[in-house]
Design a protein around this ligand. Structure first.
Ligand SMILES: Cc1cc2nc3c(=O)[nH]c(=O)nc-3n(C[C@H](O)[C@H](O)[C@H](O)COP(=O)(O)OP(=O)(O)OC[C@H]3O[C@@H](n4cnc5c(N)ncnc54)[C@H](O)[C@@H]3O)c2cc1C
Length: 434
């Protein structure tokens, strides 16, 4: 006899577990199935887990700002204490460079004013006073090391900065998924690991379950694709790709992990930085280190890969982005032996996620998280639960999109903004910034 659940969630990353939590709270008997050995072992484990409010659309900024309150009140949101400990949110704030090439953030600031996300403008002197390990020279445009001018200032200064107080980072993204698993289990959710989904089955015009590698079948009238960088493979199993205007693709990314400047304690005095002048972001990491990620300048190759077959070793990119960060933070040392993360984003054309139904009744997706949705996991869980409930009760979400109201800030928007068939957002930065 095959096993039967109300909903199967493919993937047990931070978003898959958050969806399980919300569906289980609705009283659904859920099962998360993951190919890896534990919660958050996929791209969630490689995440820099930065919480920041700035994106290129109102709804994205509103959700991202809202997420700050969930992480701040994490224990209350979970309602349980994980035996491994609940993650801690480091509300350090974020220092953002104003440059000509990001229009001094003016379009984003107009949105953030509407959203109510607080920020202050800083002169270059005030930036340096706030974060003494930085200089404010301008290095734009980003270059590759083979360029003779790599690492040289263009002789100007950046135009100043912005400080966003409602932001920071979570130090252990994998543990956050484990926390969510424990919270979901408290409401009856089940989790199965080391189990790879091989097929998504359908009968009588709707999804009816999954088949695991090895042939075991598990049945459910609802299946949710939250497979991260494998999302397009799972969508292919369900046969829903032809109905989608927005696609998802696995993209390789490296995160550099380097010692902080000597004599400066980044764990107590550090903050998140985002810098469109050197095209890198940074955040403090335990052990007085700094994590450095790329903000995807045009001169760097975009490496799309097969999520089951890609180079898991560091390449020259590790050093290039560390050197760019050293332009802004001259005191950091760059070790000979690379340390950090090689991981995959699941990227859409406009670097915004798909939170949607599909052409196959009962089959849903929370995918295309484009390297920027860790922060939003709790809200993605709530949106997906509301969307699934509405669709299962007969609402045609394509024609009449489900509306969503954020509980802390009260902003409302249509979940249709995250449709698989939306128009591509022309205002997207075309980078991880969304
Ligand atoms: C390097 C890096 C840095 C990032 N930094 C940030 C950041 O600073 N801030 C931010 O907000 N976001 C960031 N992100 C993005 C964020 O981490 C992701 O959006 C988020 O973790 C996605 O979670 P998920 O649950 O959707 O997917 P994942 O964590 O990828 O989980 C998907 C799961 O599905 C499973 N799976 C796939 N296929 C199958 C199958 N066939 N059968 C069974 N299981 C399957 C996988 O094993 C995996 O565990 C970053 C991402 C990366 C890679």
């Amino acid at each position: 006899m095959s096993q039967q659940y109300d909903a199967i969630i493919i993937g047990s990353g931070v978003i898959g577990t958050a969806i399980a939590f919300e569906l289980a709270k609705q009283g659904k008997q859920t099962l998360n199935v993951d190919a890896l050995p534990a919660a958050g072992y996929g791209s969630t484990s490689g995440s820099c887990a930065i919480i920041r409010p700035y994106y290129s659309t109102f709804h994205s900024c509103a959700i991202a700002h809202e997420s700050h309150f969930y992480w701040r009140d994490w224990d209350t949101y979970l309602g349980v204490e994980d035996e491994l400990g609940n993650v801690k949110y480091h509300n350090t704030g974020i220092l953002v460079a104003k440059t000509d090439n990001n229009d001094n953030m003016a379009p984003t600031l107009a949105i953030l004013e509407q959203v109510g996300a607080p920020f202050v403008h800083l002169s270059t002197d005030e930036m340096q006073a706030k974060y003494p390990i930085i200089n404010t020279d301008s290095f734009h445009p980003a270059r590759r090391p083979e360029d003779d001018e790599f690492g040289q200032s263009n002789g100007k200064q950046i135009n100043g900065g912005l400080f966003f107080s409602d932001g920071g980072y979570v130090s252990d993204p994998q543990l956050s998924a484990h926390n969510l698993q424990r919270a979901a289990e408290a409401h009856g959710a089940a989790f199965r690991y080391n189990a790879k989904v091989h097929d998504v089955r359908q009968a009588d015009g709707r999804v009816c379950g999954i088949t695991l590698e090895g042939g075991e079948q598990i049945d459910a009238p609802i299946v949710v694709n939250v497979a991260g960088p494998h999302s397009c493979k799972v969508n292919a199993m369900a046969g829903v790709l032809d109905d989608m205007q927005i696609s998802t693709q696995a993209m390789r990314h490296e995160v550099s992990h380097v010692p902080a400047p000597e004599g400066f304690n980044v764990e107590t005095h550090g903050m998140v930085t985002s810098d469109a002048d050197i095209h890198a972001y940074t955040r403090p990491e335990t052990g007085n280190h700094i994590l450095i990620g790329s903000e995807d300048p045009e001169c760097d190759e975009r490496v799309f890969v097969d999520a089951d077959d890609y180079n898991e070793n560091f390449t020259d990119q590790w050093r290039v982005q560390a050197l760019r960060a050293a332009q802004r933070m001259p005191g950091i040392t760059i070790p000979n032996r690379p340390k950090g993360v090689v991981a995959l984003y699941d990227v859409t054309e406009d670097w915004a996620p798909i939170y949607d139904k599909s052409s196959l009744p009962g089959y849903y997706m929370a995918i295309g998280t484009s390297g920027n949705q860790f922060k939003n996991a709790p809200i993605a869980g709530e949106m997906m639960a509301k969307l699934i409930d509405a669709c299962e009760n007969g609402q045609d979400h394509d024609a009449n999109p489900v509306q969503f109201t954020l509980k802390y800030t009260g902003h409302s928007f249509s979940i249709g903004e995250f449709s698989r068939n939306r128009a591509i957002n022309e205002n997207s930065t075309g980078t991880v910034l969304g």
